[in-house]
Design a protein around this ligand. Structure first.
Ligand code: HEC
Ligand code: HEC
Ligand code: HEC
Ligand code: HEC
Length: 453
């Protein structure tokens, strides 16, 4: 009897990590591919309640005096009418500020123009970030878009942010460098995977693809450590969206895009978007926050997939809140602050120069609107060809740099093709002089030059 009880307790303990039946399954791919989504109706009910968008206040007229004329210290929203400006302030208060503090969470009540409260300075940058997401990351957020509520849900600090792990104490662990493994972290769904799946992929751009592309292990260069890193990120993506792997992959071949779902492409853009938000907006805010907001390693709070999605396949189950706040759509031109780190795109009627982050071949920041301009002028000028050359800075490994310069040029070519420019009009050219500078990391060297001919 005693033994049976022990056995039952042991079984219960083992099953505690599993979900209690019944669960429902929804077919997500072709018949026979096993691409089913497993849902737990109880989780869904809680999720639905957590993901309801607040109702929008009625719109106000855009005419009348502008906010820039009425108020003293308006740097981003100056083009709104004073009425629209105030409506947005009320909405922001509801989305972000603790109710007991209201406007005073960001404002000095004696002088609303004063910038001494850090939350106001952060909020101004957050407005720019929200506009940037809605205007420049449509391949991910589509027309649904985001508002402050998407991440904040009525709280000053979003429920899902991440920090780098505290640096390990030297010599305290006889197992050596465990690379964050077996540390039972929520970030990787408590698997024994490295517990920081974010820094390499959502801050840096370490390669995610680890599958071999040939049957025999020839030329397969990915290490087991890199593979574990990829799986850690994938665990986070599944958990962050409340889906299993087959939402994006046909699991008989994770790498194959032809057998993947369209959602995987959206996710691909999502990874690039999160990287951009972290590097261009959230990390540079580090010195603006009070120390208590920083992580154990002294780093700023950062975003991952769960920051917006919070366990739903689309944030707020696709509620299109942003359409009620066109001022957050970035229709107003956002001046990129110097903290973006990249020199601004140089455009002229005969070409453009787009700049890239260190080690990156991603079109981000100012390069995204730069591309749009380039596409527009190519469309307006049907005879023109775009001649593309990629460059890199002088620091780092020459072979890797050459590859990077090539990938930068390819990124521009692919973006032009994706925007409907005929391949025949795009010419890739090896730059005559590759050395951009003689020493170190010159931002002006990390570029792609496009000449219209
Ligand atoms: C989450 C932070 C936040 C909250 C909460 C907030 N504001 Fe603001 N407020 C800002 C930011 C940021 C600006 C500057 C916007 C810009 O530069 O374009 C601003 C500017 C203003 C200004 C212009 C002041 C001037 O003369 O330059 C007024 C007026 C204002 N807010 C009113 C309010 C009122 C009223 C409330 C409460 C209903 C409120 N705000 C709540 C962040 C906030
Ligand atoms: C993509 C997600 C995201 C969106 C959208 C977003 N924020 Fe944030 N916000 C964050 C993150 C992450 C932090 C850092 C959290 C912290 O301070 O610990 C933050 C912090 C803040 C803070 C400082 C909080 C504090 O007390 O430290 C303010 C104020 C703020 N956001 C206002 C806004 C406003 C206003 C908007 C809309 C215009 C907005 N945010 C949109 C992710 C977002
Ligand atoms: C929301 C969509 C999504 C989900 C869910 C998802 N993945 Fe991925 N996966 C991707 C994308 C996108 C890439 C490619 C990333 C890139 O190239 O930047 C990828 C890449 C991979 C790769 C590398 C493929 C290669 O070419 O080498 C593996 C392996 C992988 N995923 C496994 C998984 C596993 C296991 C799960 C479930 C735990 C999972 N994925 C869940 C979107 C997803
Ligand atoms: C700034 C907020 C935000 C962040 C951060 C974010 N997403 Fe999204 N995501 C959205 C919005 C908004 C949509 C809805 C777009 C639409 O309606 O088509 C979406 C849609 C998706 C979809 C399509 C779902 C479907 O069924 O069509 C996938 C897949 C996805 N996101 C994956 C990711 C992954 C993976 C990450 C992290 C690498 C991520 N997202 C980070 C806002 C975000």
């Amino acid at each position: 009897m005693r033994r049976l009880a022990t056995l039952l307790v042991a079984a219960a303990a083992l099953l505690a990590g599993c979900e209690r039946p019944p669960v429902t399954m929804v077919q997500h791919g072709y018949r026979g591919t096993g691409m089913d989504q497993v849902y737990n109706p109880r989780t869904l009910a809680t999720q639905a309640a957590l993901n309801t968008a607040p109702e929008a206040t009625p719109p106000v007229p855009a005419d009348g005096p502008k906010a820039s004329e009425v108020f003293k210290n308006v740097k981003v929203l100056g083009d709104l009418s004073a009425g629209q400006f105030t409506r947005l302030m009320v909405a922001i208060t509801q989305w972000v500020a603790p109710p007991e503090q209201g406007c005073n969470y960001c404002h000095n009540p004696n002088d609303l123009a004063d910038d001494s409260v850090y939350a106001k300075v952060v909020a101004r940058r957050m407005i720019q970030m929200t506009q940037h997401i809605n205007a420049d990351w449509k391949p991910h957020v589509a027309e649904t878009g985001v508002t402050c509520y998407t991440c904040h849900r009525g709280k000053p600090v979003p429920a899902q942010v991440w920090f780098q792990p505290a640096p390990a104490k030297k010599g305290s662990d006889f197992a050596g460098n465990r690379a964050g493994q077996n540390a039972a972290a929520m970030s990787v769904a408590y698997a024994s995977l490295p517990n920081d799946p974010f820094s390499p992929y959502l801050l840096g751009d370490a390669p995610i693809r680890v599958n071999g592309t040939q049957a025999l292990p020839a030329g397969q260069r990915s290490s087991i450590a890199a593979t574990e890193g990829t799986y850690g990120l994938m665990m986070h993506m599944s958990q962050g969206l409340g889906v299993n792997c087959t939402y994006c992959h046909n699991t008989q071949n994770f790498g194959n895009w032809n057998e993947s779902t369209p959602q995987r492409v959206t996710a691909w853009h999502g990874i690039r978007m999160v990287r951009d938000l972290n590097n261009a907006y959230l990390v540079p805010l580090k010195d603006t926050y009070p120390k208590t907001r920083l992580g154990a390693a002294g780093d700023a709070p950062k975003a991952n997939c769960a920051t917006c999605h919070q366990g739903a396949y689309k944030p707020l189950y696709g509620a299109a809140m942003a359409k009620d706040y066109p001022e957050l759509q970035g229709g107003v031109k956002v001046a990129l602050a110097p903290s973006d780190g990249l020199p601004p795109t140089e455009g002229s009627p005969t070409g453009a120069i787009l700049y890239f982050a260190v080690g990156s071949a991603d079109l981000a920041g100012d390069a995204v609107p730069g591309m749009a301009q380039l596409v527009a002028s190519l469309k307006a000028n049907a005879q023109a060809q775009a001649v593309i050359s990629g460059f890199h800075s002088a620091s780092g490994d020459p072979a890797a740099n050459e590859d990077l310069a090539k990938r930068r040029a390819f990124a521009v070519r692919d973006a032009l093709k994706a925007a409907g420019i005929d391949e025949a009009r795009v010419v890739l050219e090896k730059p005559q002089v590759t050395a951009g500078n003689v020493a170190g990391e010159d931002p002006k060297a990390r570029r792609v030059e496009i000449a219209m001919k």
